[in-house]
Design a protein around this ligand. Structure first.
Ligand code: FMN
Length: 404
C-alpha cells in the first residue's frame, strides 16, 4: 500500500523523538504523500523547522494566529487525507483526549474528519501513568490508530516501553490506514443492530440484553470506509453516527420486513442484531392485570432472518456478502470456531462472527468482545478487543470476501 496522492498532515510535538520526524517525513514522501508539517512550540526545541520544511518541500505551519484572514487549522484539516501525530507527547495525547485546542496542532486534530494515526513517545512512567492510559483508551475508542510505543532504551538511559516506533513502521501503518479509508467506496452496506422486543401486552415484552453497540460500530466503520450504510436497528440507547440511514424497528417481524425490502440492493449484509428466537403467540391489546394472576404465555418461533437470506434465491444481489453473528457461551476458541463453522454452513452465510458471551468482558452491554471470524477460507481468532476494533476486523474480512 502507498500514500500516492494523499495529503498527510504530520504533527510533531515536543519530545526527544522529534528528531526522528525528519526520517518520518522522508518515509511518508517516499510513499507518495504530500506532507505538510505542523510543529508545536515545544517540538521546535528539539528539531529545527527548517529541516522539516526542506524535507517536506513546504513551509512548516506553527501558528494558530496570523496576520492574514485565513484560518490555518481549518484549512489544514479540511485538505487532509490523514493526520499523523509523531512523536505524540503525553501532553499531546491528553489534549487530544480532552478536545483542548489552544495551539495549531491541537486545533487541527480537533477539526479533522480524516483518520488519525498517533505514535506516542515518552518516558515509561509517563506512558504507564493512569492518566495517559485513560487518554489512550479514549482515543482508541474514538477510532484513533495507535502505533507503538516500542520497548527499548530511552533517552533518559532507562529501558522500557515508551520509544517511538521506527519511522518506516509509522509510514506503513499510515499507508494502510489511508488505503483502508476508501475500500468500501460505492458499496451499499445493510447492517442490523440491537435486540428485538416481542410484545406480551402494550407495556411488557420479551427482549434480550443486546445494547446495539456492536452493529452500530460495524455500520460506523463501513461508513468511514466509504460505504453507503443503512442500519436497521432495534431499540438502542447508543448514539448512531451521522451519515448513516437508520430504520427503526421493534419486533423480529418488523426487522425481517425492513431487511428484505433492502436486501436486493445491498452489496453487503451484516446481521449483528440479537433477534428474539421466540415471541408470544398472541399479545393482549390491553395491559394484563396483575390481579388476574400470572398469564400463561405460549412461545412460537420468530423468523430466522439470516437463514432466510442465505436460502432464498434472488433475495440478495449476486456476489453480495452475507455475514452473521453468533452469541455463544463458549470461552474455548477452538470450540467457538466449530460452532461458528456449523452455523455458517447451515445458515448459508459467507462469514460468521462468533462471540463468547460467557464472561463479563465480552458480549452484551460491554464495550469489548472476544470473537472468532469464520469464513470458507478459515478462522481468525480476534481475541478480546474493543467492539470498535472487532468492527474493523469484520470489515477487513468483508473487503477480502468482496475482492474474492
Ligand atoms: C529534554 C526533554 C525531553 C522531553 N521528552 C519528552 C518525551 O519524550 N515525551 C513527552 O511526552 N514529553 C517529553 N518532554 C516534556 C514535553 O516537552 C512537555 O510536556 C511539553 O509541554 C510538550 O508540549 P507539546 O505536547 O505541546 O509539544 C520532554 C521535555 C524535555 C525538557
Amino acid at each position: 500500500m502507498s500514500l500516492q496522492g494523499k495529503r498527510v498532515i504530520l504533527c510533531v510535538t515536543g519530545g526527544i523523538a522529534a528528531y526522528k520526524a525528519a526520517f518520518l517525513v522522508r518515509a511518508l514522501t517516499a510513499s507518495g504523500a504530500d506532507v505538510r508539517v505542523v510543529m508545536t512550540p515545544s517540538a521546535e526545541r528539539f528539531i529545527g523547522s527548517q529541516t522539516l520544511a526542506t524535507l517536506s518541500g513546504h513551509p512548516v505551519a506553527r501558528a494558530l494566529f496570523g496576520d492574514g484572514g485565513d484560518v490555518p487549522h481549518v484549512e489544514l484539516a479540511r485538505t487532509a487525507d490523514l493526520v499523523v501525530v509523531a512523536p505524540a507527547t503525553a501532553n499531546a495525547l491528553a489534549k487530544m483526549a480532552l478536545g483542548i485546542s489552544d495551539d495549531l496542532f491541537s486545533a487541527t486534530v480537533l477539526t479533522a474528519h480524516c483518520p488519525i494515526v498517533v505514535a506516542p513517545a515518552m518516558h515509561t512512567e509517563m506512558w504507564e501513568h493512569p492518566a495517559t492510559r485513560a487518554n489512550v483508551e479514549t482515543l482508541l475508542a474514538r477510532g484513533v490508530r495507535l502505533v507503538g510505543p516500542a520497548s527499548g532504551p530511552l533517552s533518559s538511559g532507562d529501558t522500557g516501553p515508551g520509544r517511538m516506533s521506527e519511522p518506516d513502521e509509522i509510514a506503513d501503518v499510515a499507508a494502510a490506514v489511508a488505503g483502508a479509508a476508501n475500500d468500501l467506496a460505492a458499496k451499499q452496506v445493510l447492517v442490523t443492530a440491537g435486540g428485538t422486543q416481542e410484545p406480551i401486552d402494550p407495556v411488557r415484552f420479551i427482549g434480550n440484553r443486546s445494547s446495539g453497540l456492536m452493529g452500530i460500530e460495524i455500520a460506523a466503520e463501513a461508513a468511514r470506509r466509504g460505504a453507503k450504510v443503512t442500519l436497521v436497528a432495534g431499540p438502542t440507547n447508543v448514539a448512531i453516527p451521522r451519515g448513516i440511514d437508520v430504520v427503526k424497528v421493534r419486533t423480529a417481524e418488523e426487522m425481517r420486513s425492513a431487511v428484505f425490502e433492502r436486501a436486493a440492493a445491498a452489496d453487503v449484509i451484516v446481521k449483528a442484531a440479537a433477534v428474539a428466537d421466540w415471541r408470544s403467540d398472541s399479545h393482549a391489546g390491553e395491559k394484563l392485570k396483575k390481579a388476574a394472576g400470572p398469564p400463561e404465555i405460549k412461545l412460537v418461533a420468530t423468523p430466522d432472518i439470516l437463514a432466510e437470506l442465505g436460502a432464498t434465491p434472488g433475495a440478495r444481489k449476486p456476489g453480495s456478502v452475507l455475514v452473521g453473528f453468533a452469541a455463544e457461551t463458549e470461552p474455548r476458541p477452538e470450540k467457538l470456531v466449530e460452532l461458528a463453522e456449523e452455523k455458517r454452513v447451515t445458515k448459508g452465510a459467507d462469514a460468521i462472527v462468533a462471540n463468547d458471551v460467557s464472561s463479563d468482558d465480552s458480549g452484551f452491554e460491554v464495550a469489548t468482545n472476544r470473537a472468532v471470524i469464520v469464513s470458507g477460507g478459515g478462522a481468525e481468532d480476534v481475541g478480546l478487543v474493543t467492539k470498535k476494533a472487532l468492527a474493523a476486523a469484520v470489515v477487513d474480512k468483508i473487503v477480502s470476501l468482496l475482492d474474492a
